[in-house]
Ligand binder design. Structure first.
Ligand SMILES: Cc1cc2nc3c(=O)[nH]c(=O)nc-3n(C[C@H](O)[C@H](O)[C@H](O)COP(=O)(O)O)c2cc1C
Ligand code: SF4
Length: 429
């Protein structure tokens, strides 16, 4: 039976269910809440392929933004007969407005370790890294203690629980570059180099860290794994929609009465997120629009309040779910100022490796600054908007990585829903 979002309140369901309930610094407390049971089930009762089949059956898709099917990703790496294989947990979380992974790492660090261990067992990897952003002091501290305790209890190290499975895990702290969340630049950074994205293919699953097969997964993705193994793929599919199974963590931000982080079954609508879980619009103002998925996301207007917030339904409307952050904006918000902020972010975070992005992000910022100044003088020129759009389109076609391809989505959607109104209110040449 499918479960709908109305049945849930602010307690987590899968990935956040222990957060706020257990002591994150106590492995004993985690174990008392069925911790490491799924890992033991995988290790003792299932072979590696059965674990991958269960994850495939669950329909789990990556929660890092791109939504790639997790079981399928693992199945590329598992059969490769190579001495060293790696699990890399992407805990960089650099997307503006995104802070879900931090909540899990601070509140339930052993769940992440358990997810990584099961992934390692399934693809026959022998080493894992958690690449975590440097500003996440508490996550680093709690994960560090959790890893030490997991070694002491025999869940990490050589011949785990007296089996032939050996797995080591360590934390690598990132320097705060947004682009280092992109999987190949993250790998470069792990290798001790400057975080510049690589050409793909080959994909990391085939040739990743030190050219060895490496599975890169997001924190939220990996934290779904223990429950999928202990309760089954079919149970997981009872949450969500046919194509977007399970739950999703949403960050409801901006002009709502109760901003916050909430895990809900997939398929929840924007209206439910804002008016039910977010408590409604701040000061009972009208909704202007929302920015879904952070800086690389998409503006979604009130016309889409009743569609499910899933990858497939948003993509039918030219939008994307991304990391699941929902920035709610009330009537009267200055979207040009917001766009200026976003364009500055892309310019600042471009690694500069390829020309379309290096020059393009610079040009987009210059143009939005001009538009902002011209609006202040009541003389905006619509040609500037068109030039921004053409530049972003060129960047989307020719940039090496998704950072340079990203500005088109917020820009195009902002124009469709909102920015053009700001022009209409004023004189257009
Ligand atoms: C510029 C950029 C930044 C990214 N930042 C993150 C991040 O902070 N965390 C993350 O999990 N994925 C991030 N990604 C996506 C990763 O490249 C990759 O798709 C993801 O970690 C795969 O994990 P998943 O399959 O579990 O989603 C980013 C991608 C790009 C292009
Ligand atoms: S698109 Fe931008 S961030 Fe990506 S490699 Fe090129 S310059 Fe670097």
């Amino acid at each position: 039976m499918r479960q709908n979002s109305k049945a849930f309140n602010r307690h987590g369901i899968i990935t956040l269910k222990n957060v706020g309930k257990i002591n994150p610094e106590s492995i004993e407390d985690f174990i008392a809440h069925d911790g490491y049971i799924a890992f033991e089930k995988a290790l003792f009762d299932m072979n590696e392929d059965e674990v991958i089949d269960e994850v495939k059956d669950s329909g789990l898709r990556g929660r890092g933004g791109a939504g790639f099917p997790t079981g399928l990703k693992w199945s590329f790496t598992a059969p490769l007969k190579v001495k060293d294989k790696f699990i890399i947990c992407n805990a960089d979380e650099g997307e503006p407005g995104t802070c879900k992974d931090r909540l899990i790492m601070e509140g339930d660090p052993h769940k992440l370790i358990e997810g990584i261990l099961i992934a390692g067992y399934a693809v026959r990897a022998n080493k894992g890294y958690i690449y975590i952003r440097g500003e996440y002091y508490l996550s680093i501290e709690r994960l560090g203690k959790a890893i030490k305790d997991a070694y002491k209890h025999g869940y990490l190290g050589q011949k785990i629980l007296e089996t032939n499975f050996s797995f080591d895990l360590e934390i690598k702290v990132g320097g705060g570059a947004y682009v280092c969340g992109e999987e190949t630049s993250l790998i470069e950074s792990l290798e001790g180099k400057r975080g510049l994205p690589r050409f793909k293919p080959p994909f990391p699953g085939i040739a990743g860290l030190w050219q060895k097969p490496s599975v890169v997964n997001n924190v939220e993705t990996l934290c779904n794994i223990p429950d999928i193994i202990s309760k089954g793929g079919e149970w997981f599919r009872s949450f969500g929609t046919k194509k977007s199974t399970g739950t999703k963590i949403f960050m409801i931000l901006g002009n709502v009465k109760n901003p916050g982080i909430i895990e809900l079954p997939q398929g929840v609508t924007l209206r439910e997120l804002i008016y039910e879980h977010g408590g409604g619009m701040e000061d009972d103002k009208e909704l202007k629009c929302t920015l879904v998925g952070g800086a690389a996301g998409c503006f979604v207007g009130p016309d889409l309040l009743d569609i499910p917030m899933t990858i497939e339904s948003l993509s039918e409307h030219g939008a994307a779910l991304g990391s699941g952050s929902i920035l709610v904006l009330k009537e009267g918000t200055n979207l040009i100022a917001l766009m200026k902020n976003l364009m500055h972010f892309f310019k600042h975070e471009s690694c500069g490796q390829c020309t379309p992005c290096r020059y393009g992000t610079e040009k987009l910022y210059r143009l939005i600054c001009k538009i902002s100044d011209d609006i202040a003088r009541n003389k905006p020129d619509v040609n500037d908007l068109n030039e921004m759009l053409e530049t972003a389109k060129m960047m989307q076609k020719t940039s090496l990585c998704a950072l340079g391809q990203s500005p088109l989505m917020p820009l195009e959607s902002a124009m469709k829903y909102c920015v053009i109104d700001e022009f209409k209110k004023r004189v257009i040449k």
